[in-house]
Ligand binder design. Structure first.
Ligand SMILES: [Zn+2]
Length: 432
């Protein structure tokens, strides 16, 4: 057994308390062995966490990581116009090299901001899985299927690909990769495809992840054509099970919050994307009160425009208070939990908590910063004051991915260089 000890830190425990302790990790199993003072000399490898906060690694519950190549490509437009006029045309020009370059850029940013796991919906998923395996992160991956505006054969093939990818890649990268069947949304995939493929996904034992109730324009057509709210429609098609999770849930009524709570289906809240696209304010406090598991996600970098879960936590707290018109709504400890254990539970990962037996997925945050001084409440700092650049070390599955801001699993300069090259080449191809 080789071990890693993370020494002299202040460790955020699952009950929300902070203890001065060392963390001992078994690097072979990737699990935490013990959290206690006096373990500093026990590790084969050491990470110094003096004057630092050791927190569970952040879990980005909904992302399109390859879209990091489109950061700043098109801003300041409503969702429909932004997708149709800018994003879909440029994605149509994407090559495998572009997807690889965008993915690696996003993975680099995740490691540098303390994210250790994420859920991703995109295309060319085997390429993304390959990059995730090399970068050392944990991920739940899936192929986004869209059937509208496709002929029957193409629509069927796309939906079959989403199921095949979920079956084939589940358990890849020594178990760090899991999968889901991913219909893009309830309005972009025809009901006949959902009726055929959802039972097949159940049979294959993979969960279902989709965008739901992101904008009013997604709700109205279902109410008009089906006579029920979107989540009642999803429930009728077997898409609300405890292992399933949906992104956004902005425009939910009380009946739909009740359906989620009853089914045990989780919601990934994406506050920055919802604000930037003016989609609306998700009723986060109401979902929490109803007992719905709520995680946090950045969505793609094209609608955020970064992948920092610390920014997302602050946005969730601020927007949650505004939505509830109550300053006590969505408090600091709740958003920190949403960014760690909430998303991990939604994705079916055991991470998101620092305790013996849990996966050693963690981030170490440097507290020797003016904006993190004084230390009345470190959970408050995580929610409201800490930034991506404050993350010193990142560990996933017991492996050190970043030490003192030096990323060990990716060549930072090469990844940035390649992203710049592919982005200019993409601009030239789209302009043709
Ligand atoms: Zn999304």
């Amino acid at each position: 057994m080789t071990t890693l000890s993370i020494t002299d830190g202040r460790v955020l425990r699952p009950n929300g308390t902070i203890e001065r302790a060392d963390v001992l990790v078994d690097q072979e199993s990737g699990e935490i062995l013990e959290i206690a003072p006096g373990l500093a000399g026990d590790g084969d490898e050491t990470l110094d966490a003096a004057n630092s906060l050791v927190t569970p690694g952040f879990v980005n519950g909904h992302c399109h990581v390859a879209m990091t190549l489109l950061r700043g490509y098109a801003d300041d437009k409503p969702l429909e116009a932004w997708l149709r006029e800018d994003i879909w045309p440029v994605e149509g020009a994407f090559t495998t090299e572009d997807i690889r370059a965008g993915t690696e850029l996003g993975l680099l940013e995740m490691i540098k901001s303390g994210t250790t796991a994420f859920a991703d919906m995109y295309f060319e998923v085997p390429e993304i899985a390959d990059a995730v395996e090399a970068a050392g992160l944990r991920a739940l991956l899936g192929h986004a299927t869209v059937t509208v505006a496709k002929d029957g054969e193409a629509a069927l093939a796309d939906t079959q690909e989403s199921l095949d990818v979920a079956r084939d890649l589940d358990g890849a990268a020594d178990g760090r990769i899991s999968t889901a069947f991913m219909p893009h949304s309830l309005t972009t995939v025809g009901s006949e495809y959902l009726e055929e493929f959802v039972p097949k996904a159940r049979e294959a034992g993979v969960p279902i992840h989709y965008h739901a109730n992101e904008t009013r324009e997604e709700v109205t057509p279902i109410v008009e054509s089906e006579g029920v709210r979107p989540l009642a429609y999803a429930a009728e098609r077997g898409m609300l099970e405890p292992e399933d999770f949906l992104a956004h849930g902005v425009h939910l009524d009380e009946s739909e919050i009740g359906l989620l709570a009853e089914a045990g289906t989780s919601v990934i809240h994406c506050p920055a994307s919802n604000m930037k696209l003016a989609s609306g304010m998700a009723p986060v406090q109401r979902m929490l009160e109803a007992g719905v598991t709520v995680g946090l996600g950045t969505d793609g970098a094209a609608s955020n425009n970064d992948l920092s879960m610390l920014d997302e936590a602050r946005d969730a707290a601020m927007l949650g208070k505004l939505a509830a018109e109550d300053a006590s709504a969505v408090p600091a400890e709740t958003v920190v939990e949403m960014a760690t254990r909430g998303s991990a539970d939604a994705l079916g990962f055991e991470s998101g908590r620092l305790e013996a037996g849990a996966p050693a997925d963690l981030a170490v945050i440097d507290l020797e910063k003016p904006h993190l001084t004084p230390h009345h409440d470190l959970v408050s700092h995580l929610a409201y004051a800490a930034a991506a650049a404050d993350v010193r070390h990142t560990v996933c599955d017991g492996r050190v991915l970043m030490r003192d801001r030096d990323v060990l699993s990716l060549d930072e300069a090469a990844v940035r260089e390649r992203a710049l090259e592919r982005a200019s080449s993409l601009d030239a191809r789209v302009a043709e």
